[in-house]
Design a protein around this ligand. Structure first.
Ligand SMILES: Nc1ccn([C@@H]2O[C@H](COP(=O)(O)OP(=O)(O)OP(=O)(O)O)[C@@H](O)[C@H]2O)c(=O)n1
Ligand SMILES: C[C@](O)(CO)[C@H](O)COP(=O)(O)O
Length: 223
């Protein structure tokens, strides 16, 4: 079965508040995106990669791709205005049955173990979406009120969200909805069940400046 990682790097990083999108910020002298590409190249010999980049940063992204000897396995595609549109643009390049990993470029600490688990579970069950239990209490706001939610029933969802292509590609033919913040929602809305697997607390999404310090720490520990 073909293995294809769609690494979405088409965002602008508004919450990070830097001059360049966060996927190009350096950790130990290498851009965040570089670590995400490396993780998938290392996971499987036959991995193919589609990197989706913002139209204003195609050249910068290609320069990162060119750092890899395996650059012939990496295709660069232009992103869209939403994460959904960026993923869809990447998926349009897939023309044969495959296991497809959709991954946030900014989750650069993803482990080999998690990528392998996602693959095995997606082959068996059709989908594998990593998620962790919240370590904080959770409350929902309802108008002026708020109430506690049983946190054991809540999951914090990560990437790579991994699916067999025959499930994922038709789901992305649906018209865009603001609820489509990840692939799990898109697939579920298409009528398919989504299978959750155990995520990894270190697999953080670099979003705000504090996350850079956390990522630096993990890298110094050999991630
Ligand atoms: N139109 C978009 C928006 C997001 N992404 C990607 O989706 C991932 C997760 O999104 P997020 O962390 O929200 O990134 P940004 O949209 O860049 O950040 P912000 O919401 O703070 O602007 C990132 O790798 C981002 O580059 C994308 O490819 N295309
Ligand atoms: C896909 C995702 O990382 C799963 O947690 C998340 O939904 C991305 O959200 P964002 O608002 O685009 O950062």
């Amino acid at each position: 079965m073909k293995k294809i990682a769609v690494i979405v790097a088409g965002g602008t990083g508004s919450r990070m508040g830097k001059d360049i999108p966060k996927q190009f910020l350096l950790l130990n002298e290498k851009p965040i995106l570089w670590y995400s590409i490396r993780a998938f190249l290392q996971a499987f010999e036959d991995m193919e990669i589609i990197v989706v980049a913002h139209q204003d940063h195609l050249e910068r992204t290609q320069q990162i791709i060119d750092l890899f000897q395996e650059r012939n396995k990496i295709l660069l595609v232009t992103g869209g205005d939403t994460r959904f549109a960026s993923v869809k643009n990447g998926l349009e390049q897939i023309h044969a049955p495959a296991v497809v990993f959709v991954h946030d470029a900014v989750r650069c600490l993803v482990s080999q173990k998690l990528i392998s688990s996602c693959f095995e579970q997606a082959v068996e069950k059709g989908s594998a979406v990593p998620a962790v239990v919240s370590t904080d209490s959770i409350r929902v706001e309802e108008g002026a009120e708020n109430k506690l939610v049983d946190r054991e029933s809540v999951r914090i969802v990560q990437t790579p969200q991994t699916f067999r292509s025959e499930i994922l590609l038709p789901a992305f033919a649906q018209p865009y909805s603001a609820f489509f913040t990840d692939e799990a929602n898109v697939v579920e809305h298409s009528g398919q069940r989504v299978h959750l697997i155990e995520g990894d607390y270190a697999n953080i999404k670099i979003t705000r400046p504090v996350d850079m310090a956390i990522a630096e720490f993990y890298l110094s520990q050999g991630r």
